[in-house]
Design a protein around this ligand. Structure first.
Ligand code: AMP
Length: 403
């Protein structure tokens, strides 16, 4: 894997695909700049070598959210909103091109001097971006001598700026940025090179969202812990009464097949023995603890119970590699956060004792952040969909394009 460390950027223009798809408030102030900060080390490396930087990114889904008159909402989706903040973080002026391929942008990038940074306008203002259009990608490629991809969060998309553009650069002139490299290295380590026992903890709402990962993990993991809303489909599949808990009826046969396959392969699937149940989906609902064999009608499981926490903790504690995706309950509500918090603590303890732990996928990342444990696990992925597809066993086009 070639990273920015393998290239000397002196007098070269690096065309860097970053992920500046950041959230804004109503007055276009950035509310979370994690993604921008994550790209800074790669930008700094290029500048330190004596190179210049052309940044490209998408922001939102401008072509899916057109204005009433059918035109693009350039006010809402412009990357210009990022310029001031990036300039503060980099402690230098940032040039901005009002389009990512027009002649003005080409002349700005052609005239860049070492040390300068140019940010191109939202790549998704052009249809060619999401279509992976060859001509559009060729136009983007004109902006750089070297192509760097540091947008792991978009690596599962074969879009022009994430994948197709790479065709225009020789093997020596394209590479992984630091963020992308560490995401790929850590995910690869878990999937292909992990120390055993390997425990995967899967939670969240739906079995259907996670089934491809579960099926792939049946080839690798020693233990698969299933919590959160998705556990109740499995619990119903073994003929227990789950009351009004979340169940995907059409996934029951799939759940049975997964449990059967795990048994054949000697992999243990752990389901929660008990739950915190509630009489409505509300933080102020009446609650009680129930065995998962007998959840009364009218009640629903919104968090794993104390026995489940103990069982899961024991397995986590004896693991050498841990992958965690998805909360154990409705952790956004205070009364149903204990299971997720306890599992986060167990993962942190196991990490302290020498296990390698990777937490990834939106809500489990939000959970470790919420409980202040993000620096107590080995790696927190920024990947979202890209990470999930990696663990489903798929080749990520953005990664393959750099090889
Ligand atoms: P996902 O995006 O599939 O990882 O799902 C995350 C969501 O699952 C969070 O918003 C949780 O509130 C929700 N969730 C977790 N446990 C349950 C549960 N027992 N019942 C309903 N929703 C749940």
């Amino acid at each position: 894997m070639q990273t920015v460390d393998s290239i000397n950027f002196k007098n070269k223009r690096a065309l860097i695909r970053v992920d500046f798809n950041v959230p804004f408030d109503k007055s276009f102030q950035i509310t979370d700049d994690t993604r921008i900060r994550a790209a800074l080390p790669t930008i700094q490396k290029v500048l330190k070598d004596g190179g210049s930087v052309v940044l490209m990114s998408h922001l939102g889904r401008p072509l899916k959210k057109l204005k009433e008159d059918g035109t693009i909402d350039t006010e809402k989706f412009t990357l210009k909103h990022v310029v001031k903040h990036l300039s503060i973080l980099m402690k230098k002026d940032i040039l901005f091109a009002d389009d990512c391929i027009n002649t003005n942008s080409q002349s700005l990038s052609n005239n860049l001097k070492p040390g300068q940074i140019l940010l191109l306008e939202n790549t998704r203002f052009h249809k060619g971006e999401e279509k992976g259009d060859e001509t559009f990608a060729a136009q983007l490629a004109h902006h750089g001598d070297v192509y760097v991809n540091d947008a792991f969060g978009s690596a599962h998309r074969a879009h022009a700026s994430t994948t197709i553009v790479a065709k225009h650069f020789s093997k020596e002139n394209k590479c992984f940025g630091y963020l992308m490299a560490s995401e790929v290295e850590n995910a690869y380590k878990v999937l292909h090179n992990c120390e055993k026992p390997f425990t995967a903890i899967l939670g969240g709402a739906k079995v259907s969202d996670k089934i491809l990962i579960i099926e792939n993990l049946l080839n690798i993991a020693d233990n698969i812990i299933i919590g959160g809303g998705m556990a109740y489909t499995f619990i119903k599949a073994i003929n227990f009464n789950v009351g009004n808990s979340l169940v995907e009826e059409d996934m029951i046969d799939v759940a049975i097949a997964v449990m059967q396959k795990a048994k054949e392969k000697g992999i243990s699937i752990l389901l929660p023995d008990d739950s915190i149940i509630a009489d409505k989906f509300d933080n102020d609902a009446n609650v009680k603890i129930s065995s998962n064999a007998t959840i009364p009608s009218g009640w629903m499981g919104l968090d794993i119970g104390h026995e489940a926490i103990q069982d899961f903790t024991k397995v986590i504690q004896s693991s050498k590699t841990i992958l965690w995706n998805g909360p154990m309950g409705v952790f956004e509500m205070e009364n149903f956060q204990n299971g997720t918090k306890s599992i986060a603590v167990a993962v942190a303890h196991a990490t302290q004792d020498g296990a390698f732990s990777l937490v990834g996928g939106g809500d489990s990342v939000a959970a470790v952040n919420k409980f202040g444990l993000n620096d107590k696990v080995s790696y927190v992925s920024t990947g979202g969909g890209a990470l999930l597809e990696f663990f489903e066993g798929k080749t990520l086009p953005g990664v393959a394009a750099l090889m």
